[in-house]
Write a protein that binds this ligand. Structure first.
Ligand SMILES: C[S@@+](CC[C@H](N)C(=O)[O-])C[C@H]1O[C@@H](n2cnc3c(N)ncnc32)[C@H](O)[C@@H]1O
Length: 240
């Protein structure tokens, strides 16, 4: 009995917008996807979208990739045949080499965090692994161009993003951008995914994916993120 409660409790973490995006993907794709990579699927959700894809949509294999696993996620992976956990920075060659070719790649709330390599390079690298990107991202509406948020300066950064400058992750950020982040050997705070990094416009996302040969087959606009004028929640499926 305990096991059943444990196994289904991941569902409490699902956000309707994203689980419905996955329902659309699995129920209405021309060929039903059977394998996926869920890039950055841990924080706040404990692998819930990987588990949903395995459990609800009966995928054969899934690769959940994150720098920071939790005990709960590792337990879920252990209990879920076909689901694999890969620890590492999903933008780096060493990690990418461990991800096999898959039917689709999920990037949920992670694209705007990608630096060194930047978000567009991440897409280019995974274009070698998949013909379908499923993206849910806070897209930039703060200006006409894609913007490296840290370059806005402290005041505009905190006015544009949902973060409290006194939150432990963000406290003193602008004074320590060029000092080493404690979790990494070779990364300064300026280049970690833990803080919001990019404001990506729909136009630029589209340009990168079109250049890689993908076309947009699904789009949904879920409106402002956290009441901000600068970020909107958008969902996409891109195929080629
Ligand atoms: C904002 S949370 C998003 C969690 C989940 N995908 C969701 O939709 O709520 C970002 C997660 O992605 C991971 N992450 C972000 N960039 C990463 C990268 N380049 N390599 C590995 N993990 C990354 C973080 O560790 C964290 O678990």
């Amino acid at each position: 009995m305990t096991t059943i409660v444990e196994k289904t409790s991941y569902r409490d973490k699902l956000l309707d917008h994203k689980s419905e995006l996955l329902d659309f993907l699995f129920n209405f794709s021309p060929i039903r996807p059977r394998t996926f990579a869920d890039l950055g699927g841990v924080w706040g959700v404990e692998g819930a979208y990987s588990l949903y894809a395995m459990d609800e949509h009966k995928c054969q294999a899934g690769y959940l990739v994150d720098t920071h696993p939790t005990e709960k996620v590792l337990e879920y992976v252990e209990q879920t045949p076909g689901l694999n956990f890969i620890q590492g920075n999903f933008g780096e060659a060493e990690t990418i080499a461990q991800v096999p070719r898959v039917d689709c790649v999920f990037l949920f709330d992670v694209l705007l965090h990608q630096v060194k390599p930047n978000w567009d390079v991440v897409l280019r690298r995974y274009a070698k692994k998949t013909n379908c990107f499923v993206i849910y991202n806070q897209q930039w509406a703060g200006s006409p161009n894609t913007t490296r948020l840290l370059e806005l300066g402290k005041e505009a950064y905190f006015a544009s993003t949902p973060h409290d400058p006194e939150h432990p992750v963000y406290r003193d950020l602008f004074n320590k951008l060029d000092t080493k982040h404690p979790d990494y050997e070779n990364r300064n705070w300026r280049d970690v995914h833990h803080v919001w990094q990019w404001g990506i416009t729909n136009g630029e996302l589209e340009a990168v994916l079109k250049d890689l040969g993908y076309r947009k087959t699904y789009f949904a606009d879920f409106g402002s993120f956290g009441g901000l004028k600068t970020f909107v929640n958008h969902a996409f499926i891109w195929r080629r």
